[in-house]
Ligand binder design. Structure first.
Ligand code: AZC
Length: 838
């Protein structure tokens, strides 16, 4: 209302203390005020957790100042906004990132120190908001940081799950899943918006009617659930701009079903309330696979409908002509999970706004775009026609209509080519007809993108081949990136400080291209020594952490070899552990004198398996079985340690990555769309052992193949190799690998019988992921790793070169490309309040 009523605004403004002060007293006062008035704790004695909360509240206050100013400015100037729709945002902890982005870490550290609190300890009090599974969700979080940093008007939209990804605990070597009720201690970063609330319909029926000679439809009946908004401010680095992440929570439309209540049926009166709340209760813990459960579709529609309504409401505030919509809003679908948003948008335009089909389609098509993140068939979403029809009857009609018009066009262009029509249809025919959500997304979008060059080429040539032929300019590449704020500056403060020292300013944090200059130090002895010291300190920190959580003491002077990511057969953690067994058996064979010459290694594997993914869970058990034996073998001592790092998550990554020296990205070629942790490792001076897959290909182009350990079958060879294996024509199993299999099967690593069927399959050539095929070249690459590590100067030179050539992998670069060729949106820096106002 401020801009509607100037006098009132002036008065209220004068009552506010204007902007929060940045001096020590002001910071302390705001923290202590929150202790007293928000948390109602005693100011004489509050815990680290209380202090964390109060500090977070005081930071939120600051963010709200810029958040409000930013949104007000965007509204007044009626700017174009980007909306990033995603079922997952894997944010990780917010406090350190916030402090760094608003450039207040030092001020807060000193202010807290002065009242007896250690900022680093407070960081550890924060729960890790884990509303995502892996790469896809974390990418969304990196994008939010870059969007705000680049001053792009952008909002993220998603679900405020009560339970994020489960907590993984290891019992007897097996993964167990514990619910993650991350909100139990409250969430000081969010703002509840009771006034931003939308009714969302499910089930019901459609009614046709005529209006001014036009046949129209209306969706009626069914069940209503409410969507309430929760906002999390997203500050950019070194800018006053502050964007927003809006997450929806489901609520019952009425607190009670009064009819049942009055009839005396108390329990069923509460039932509908619970059913409504259930929708946003839990994140589906699947990565790269789909379950097709009704509740999942409900989640998708629920958040898409609320989002689309919210976007339209914002558009209507300042605009009256629908033709302007594409100039004011760009909606990005993060994978097909939010696909139904496109249909919901169409429904609103046609049924409620009464636009005709042609107009509505044009607006939809010019505003939506879609990112594909995988070629794995098990991850490509389809929903049964029956289910959509039941849950969203009007949407099913619209999907049929879209398909009808499209099939007509295809038939015109390719008369008689029924095979092609079948492939391109939105509907997969069969006993249980399915809607192909990827086809729907491609059709509704003006741009579709893959996430690395190789992946984009693959989708153009395989899963989306027909669409690429039909729409030759639609599918393009946007290689992923990661934010250097979280992944270098926050995760590795010592490295960050060294880079700043070498470059003589800290602007590289917002412009990563500047790290190129580090190349000049690659052979500088003094610099290399500092580089080594930092890695060593990070390793010490990790070693302490591992001792605390796993109870195993690991040596510092060993090579830290890390593979952390979701456990999946295509990512081949199995190949990693099979090699570790080979290494173990080889060392066992050696004389004590020869053992001395071995490069000591600590192999760390971490990651969650989807709870229903049996083979992935078997791999976890094997890793733990191997660790139990190897870590307690006196012959081996410190030459080899094997750690399964439990409950891998964003905050764990922030400790693991800076301490790593070698990291494994060893998926079967053609299967990892991009990978993003590979980029984080390179930025932290870690060398990569990997296949020519996903973004590894581009990393090798940037840093040079000679600075990596590349091995394995290339993507062009994979199909042939696989066919040969499955037709029984394969060569005999490598004898070293056979020995590894024998040792597993003979019980050397305890009862790991859960893995036996997988091992037997490999021995019979049923090796879809080409573990047996790539093993030999993997061993060779590993030998090269050892040789290189012996030459520390060379190793560290490679490490420095990697960092200096990592600029391409900043998500700032990625976001600039999206802005330029997909979203067509400009930067809008908002005016900074001047110092007197502060
Ligand atoms: C992941 C890809 O597996 C990973 O290679 C990529 O880096 C990441 O997305 C970000 O683009 N995909 C997923 O997490 N999930 C799905 C459904 O693809």
């Amino acid at each position: 209302f401020i801009y509607h009523n100037e006098d009132k605004a002036q008065k209220i403004w004068s009552l506010m203390q204007t902007y929060q002060g940045i001096d020590q007293k002001s910071i302390q006062r705001s923290i202590v005020n929150h202790v007293e008035y928000t948390l109602a704790m005693t100011r004489f004695n509050f815990s680290d957790f209380g202090c964390y909360q109060a500090t977070a509240f005081s930071l939120r206050d600051r963010l709200l100042e810029s958040w409000n100013d930013t949104n007000q400015y965007f509204t007044t100037h009626n700017v174009k906004r980007v909306y990033y729709l995603s079922l997952e945002f894997l944010l990780g902890r917010l406090m350190q990132n916030t402090l760094n982005n608003i450039n207040m870490e030092k001020n807060y550290r000193e202010a807290l120190m002065d009242i007896g609190y250690d900022l680093e300890r407070l960081y550890d009090e924060e729960v890790d908001p884990a509303l995502g599974n892996g790469g896809l969700g974390r990418l969304a979080a990196c994008f939010l940081d870059s969007l705000a940093t680049l001053e792009v008007p952008a909002w993220g939209y998603g679900i405020r799950y009560d339970y994020g990804i489960f907590k993984q605990v290891i019992r007897d070597g097996y993964q167990c899943e514990i619910p993650d009720f991350w909100l139990s201690g409250g969430n000081p970063w969010e703002i509840e918006r009771p006034e931003v609330i939308y009714p969302i319909r499910f089930y019901g029926y459609t009614e046709k009617y005529e209006e001014d000679g036009v046949e129209r439809a209306q969706w009626k009946g069914g069940e209503i659930v409410m969507a309430k908004a929760y906002d999390t401010p997203v500050p950019g680095y070194n800018t006053f701009n502050c964007n927003n992440l809006r997450l929806w929570k489901s609520l019952p439309a009425r607190e009670f079903d009064f009819q049942s209540f009055n009839k005396g049926d108390y329990l069923s009166s509460v039932e509908s309330k619970q059913r409504a709340e259930y929708i946003t209760s839990v994140l589906y813990p699947n990565d790269n696979s789909e379950e097709g459960k009704e509740l999942r579709l409900k989640q998708q529609y629920f958040f898409c409908s609320a989002t689309v309504r919210d976007v339209i409401r914002r558009f209507k505030k300042n605009n009256s002509d629908w033709k302007d919509f594409p100039n004011k809003a760009a909606l990005q679908l993060n994978d097909t999970h939010p696909a139904i948003a496109a249909v919901e948008f169409l429904r609103i335009l046609i049924d409620e706004e009464k636009l005709d089909w042609g107009e509505a389609w044009k607006i939809l098509h010019s505003s939506f775009s879609y990112t594909n993140h995988t070629v794995l068939p098990e991850a490509l979403e389809t929903w049964s026609v029956g289910l959509i029809n039941h849950l969203l009857p009007r949407h099913m009609e619209l999907i049929y209509l879209i398909n009808h018009f499209f099939m007509d066009e295809v038939a015109k262009k390719y008369p008689g080519d029924y095979q092609r029509m079948q492939e391109m249809s939105l509907i997969a025919e069969g006993d249980d007809k399915k809607v192909r959500m990827a086809n729907l997304c491609i059709l509704c979008s003006h741009k579709v993108n893959g996430v690395a060059e190789l992946h984009t080429k693959l989708i153009q040539e395989t899963i989306f081949k027909r669409f690429h032929e039909y729409f030759p300019n639609k599918i393009e590449n946007k290689t992923n990136g990661v934010t250097p704020r979280r992944w270098i500056h926050c995760a590795n403060p010592k490295l960050s400080a060294l880079i700043t020292e070498a470059l003589d300013d800290s602007e590289w944090i917002g412009e990563l291209e500047r790290v190129e200059y580090l190349e000049n130090f690659a052979e500088d002895e003094e610099f290399i020594q500092k580089w080594i010291d930092i890695k060593k300190q990070n390793k010490e920190k990790l070693a302490a952490k591992i001792e605390e959580v796993v109870g195993v003491k690991i040596p510092i002077n060993a090579l830290y070899d890390v593979q952390i990511k979701r456990i999946h057969e295509y990512k081949r953690q199995l190949m990693n552990i099979l090699y570790v067994i080979h290494r173990y058996l080889t060392i066992k064979d050696m004389s004590p004198a020869d053992r001395e010459k071995v490069v000591p290694r600590v192999v760390i594997i971490g990651g969650k398996a989807a709870p229903g993914y049996h083979n992935a869970k078997a791999i976890i058990k094997l890793v733990n079985g191997v660790g139990d034996i190897v870590n307690n073998d006196k012959d081996i001592g410190d030459t080899l340690k094997v750690i399964f790092y439990p409950n891998y998550c964003v905050s764990a990554a922030q400790t693991l990555i800076p301490a790593s020296e070698l990291s494994q990205h060893i998926s079967t070629a053609g299967m990892e769309a991009s990978g993003t942790s590979n980029m984080k490792f390179v930025m932290n001076g870690c060398l990569i052992i990997g296949t020519m897959d996903g973004a590894n290909v581009e990393i090798s182009e940037e840093v040079g193949e000679e600075n990596m350990f590349i091995f394995g079958a290339r993507v062009e060879e994979v199909n042939d190799l696989r066919n040969r294996l499955f037709s029984g024509e394969h060569k005999p199993i490598d004898r070293r690998l056979q020995r590894v299999f024998d040792s597993i099967l003979s019980g050397t690593f305890g009862d790991v019988s859960i893995i036996y069927p997988i091992i037997h399959n490999l021995m019979e050539g049923k090796d879809y992921y080409l573990v047996t095929e790539d093993f030999d070249s993997y061993v060779k690459a590993q030998n090269k790793v050892d040789d290189t590590y012996r030459d520390q100067k060379k190793w560290n030179m490679m490490s420095i070169l990697g960092v200096s050539r990592s600029a391409k992998f900043s998500s700032d670069r990625t976001i600039e490309e999206y802005c330029e060729s997909i979203w067509k949106v400009d930067r809008v820096p908002i005016p900074t309040p001047n110092d007197t106002e502060r």
